[in-house]
Ligand binder design. Structure first.
Ligand code: UN1
Length: 513
């Protein structure tokens, strides 16, 4: 593998991308206290001025006044112009934003570009949606009456995003919220402030180009205090947050106590079942990308492999062999032949070590991986060999989401057993079955099958398209973002009854007076 780039080179590349996106001034020289780092070398890129409670309050106030003063009354197709322009700018700056994603989140080139592609795609989707915010008309039970529903903008949407999809998840929320007539205040992950500033810069350019108010969007580079402000502020009509189950458990009751709305996309603990009839080559590709892609740092990462005992030895052997090859492809995420970039930081590496130890204590045997890499070259960066661990049963550690590339292998005898293992964890984001048996495939997709928000056949657990609703069940939080009719969460529904008759018949046949 080629040597890692120097931090100064990365700094320069980030500066160029920020300048091209129209966000350079926002990133530097404005103060200190919030550090922008790169996991590629583990070193500091810039010092930024953090926002605190006062800035958060001001941002919400601006977003609210733009909502009531202008945005909610702007026709939805016109709101769509803003998102169309954002999509155009993202096409133009795809490489710049992708570079920042690689620099801050450590994603390899094609995955970083794929993430920006998700942004472009959701912009296209949202522009179409801006003319399709349909309400229904129902048959009224009374003569001379019309019964219908109208969807109205909701208000200020607080968006809290995680480091691993630093821009796509923002765009799913923001593109849809903006066409729905909402304004947005964004708190990005503390690890990815530069990508956030670039996106905000592009959106502000789009707003200037189409004549939309710049206060439709605010970004807050800050820590927990800022997030808490958004959680507790009654002016934030919807809080959409992506992160850990632990975070969701804190956020949900706080938003609920002010009777606000929340949309949570929390941890996954995704599994693929590999049945004896599976196309093994296809399953292998799906499993290796799902489990080791993005260095195991997607919510949709495959963390468990549930393989039929008749093929377990052979299939697991092939997975381990593929992982051995991956080892030669770990390193600089900008290098064209790299497949596995760095972990986000020391905490992730420590969690990986702790989980591997726990797995060993619970009777697991490490089949491959787990070692730290490139430590001499970059002592502050954390690269790891993706690991595969054979587990005797679905023990405590297997039921946890460890945000690192560890794949636990379990075996099954009957398909019922496989489903039980599959659903036997607290989380419920994404699940897959690899099979050529139609009964198994249909059973997996049925009400008694996979209990996740995303259920796949002959495709891995990660890499969902934006056209579907994205989200999960159980401890994953039950929110839905992105495509399908997820937009409804960003609007309020009004049921309207219009009487165009000269009588006033009461519903349910009630007579009065
Ligand atoms: C996430 O990991 O938070 O389905 C989002 C996928 C991507 C999105 C993942 N489209 O893997």
């Amino acid at each position: 593998m080629a040597a890692l780039p120097e931090t100064e080179q990365l700094r320069e590349r980030a500066r160029t991308a920020l300048r091209r996106c129209g966000a350079e001034g926002l990133a530097e020289g404005s103060g200190t206290g919030h550090t922008a780092r790169t996991p590629i070398t583990g070193e500091t890129l810039f010092e930024l001025a953090p926002a605190g409670a006062a800035e958060a309050d001001r941002a919400v106030a601006t977003a609210e006044s733009v909502f009531t003063g202008a945005w909610r009354d702007t026709p939805a197709p016109e709101r769509g112009h803003l998102v169309r322009r954002l999509g155009e700018l993202l096409r133009e700056h795809k490489q710049d934003v992708a570079d920042l994603v690689t620099i801050e989140a450590g994603k390899i080139g094609s995955e970083a570009a794929g993430e920006v592609q998700e942004m472009i795609d959701i912009c296209d989707f949202a522009v179409g949606l801006s003319r399709q915010l349909y309400g229904r008309t129902m048959a009224s039970e009374r003569p001379g009456h019309r019964l219908m529903e109208t969807w109205h903008p909701l208000g200020v949407v607080g968006v809290v995003t995680a480091f691993n999809f630093p821009v796509a998840v923002w765009s799913w929320n923001t593109a849809v919220a903006l066409v729905c007539g909402d304004t947005v205040v964004w708190k990005p992950s503390e690890s990815t402030p530069l990508t956030a500033l670039a996106c905000h810069g592009l959106l502000m350019r789009a707003a200037a180009d189409v004549g939309a108010p710049e206060g439709v969007h605010r970004v807050l580079i800050g820590g927990r205090e800022v997030g808490e402000r958004l959680v507790d502020d009654p002016r934030v009509a919807l809080l959409s947050a992506t992160g850990s189950v632990r975070m969701g458990r804190e956020v949900a009751p706080r938003v609920a106590s002010r009777l606000g709305r929340y949309l949570l996309e929390l941890g996954g603990n995704n599994a693929a079942i590999v049945a004896p009839s599976a196309d093994a080559d296809l399953a292998l590709q799906g499993v290796v990308f799902g489990a080791a892609g993005t260095a195991g740092q997607r919510c949709t990462t495959q963390r468990r492999l549930i393989v039929h005992e008749d093929i377990a030895e052979d299939f697991t052997g092939r997975v381990a062999e593929a992982y051995t090859k991956l080892r030669e492809r770990i390193g600089d995420p900008f290098a064209a032949d790299t497949l596995v970039g760095p972990l986000i930081g020391e905490g992730a590496h420590r969690s990986m070590g702790r989980a591997l130890q726990a797995a060993a204590d619970e009777g697991g045997s490490l089949l491959t991986g787990g070692a730290r890499r490139l430590e001499d070259e970059a002592p502050r960066a954390y690269y790891a060999d993706p690991a595969v661990v054979r587990m005797p049963r679905q023990s405590a550690i297997v039921c946890e989401e460890t945000f690192a590339p560890i794949l636990y292998v379990l075996t099954y005898r009957t398909f019922e057993e496989a489903l039980e293992l599959h659903n036997g964890v607290p989380q419920g984001l994404s699940g897959s079955v690899f099979t050529r048996d139609q009964r198994e495939a249909e059973r997996f997709l049925s009400a008694a099958g996979c209990d996740c928000g995303i259920a796949n056949v002959n495709i891995g657990t990660s890499g969902a398209e934006i056209g579907g609703a994205f989200g999960g069940e159980k401890a994953t939080g039950s929110g839905r973002e992105s495509g399908s009719d997820a937009w409804r969460a960003y609007m309020r529904r009004a049921t309207n009854t219009v009487n165009y008759s000269t009588e006033l018949p009461l519903a349910q046949g009630v007579s009065f007076l």
